[in-house]
Design a protein around this ligand. Sequence first.
Ligand SMILES: [Zn+2]
Length: 271
Amino acid sequence: MNRKRKKTVKKRMILWLSMIALLSITVYFISEISKPVQESLPNTQEPEQEDYEPKQDEKNRNIQSEFENNVNERTVVANPEAKAVLVNPQNMLPDRYVPDDLVYPNVRFTFEEKIEKRMMRAEAAEALEKLFAAADQDGLPLAGVSAYRSNERQKQLFDDYVQKDGLEKAQTYSAYLGTSEHETGLAIDVAGADGSCAVSDCFDNKPEAKWLADNAHRFGFIIRYPKGKEEITGYKYEPWHLRYVGSDIAEEIQEREITLEEYYDAVPVSN
Ligand SMILES: [Zn+2]
């Protein structure tokens, strides 16, 4: 090998080495650049998961605003003080309605405090005392769980339920502001004196539930949300929810096995 050729080989080797070095550097940089991208992958998933809740909330918010828009399509009842007033998802009480004759019925409750939810309108309270006394006599003592509820309290409850279960489900067991019978002071949720199964589906298996279904009408009360009438009332069966309507209407509703909604289809509200 002559000197010239040796030089050429050396030059080529240097060139190759430089190329390999350059390639290594390039590969190193590419891997360094791609590294943060890979590391950030789990991070991009996290916000997605966080997005999930807001999306659900947004869905609820949309239904909520749709629901609030429907308020305009609801009828505000003209006779909120009437003892047989129809209050349901389509017929709402006037804004900030407060009955003016709320009293504490002298009956057992599942709690001791003299608080708002112990109150009822005077006529309903008196009828409730008679109903409780009759149940006592029949050996099935009762206890009140929840009666009157103010606008503010109803709104707070409903909002809590929507947060917990979503609007669609919450609507089947709770009422939007102004559409709960508890706001009339004419409704009360009742349990057995021991308070077991209070406002729970298992109350249906209690003898107290049967007694109420058979006897409440004698005192002017109806089981407002009966079994099999969910489509009409908009509520699931609530054997514990009593509504005072007065003896005449209660008797008729009992006899015809209808709801308050059906009663008003037969007898126009203007009568
Ligand atoms: Zn109720």
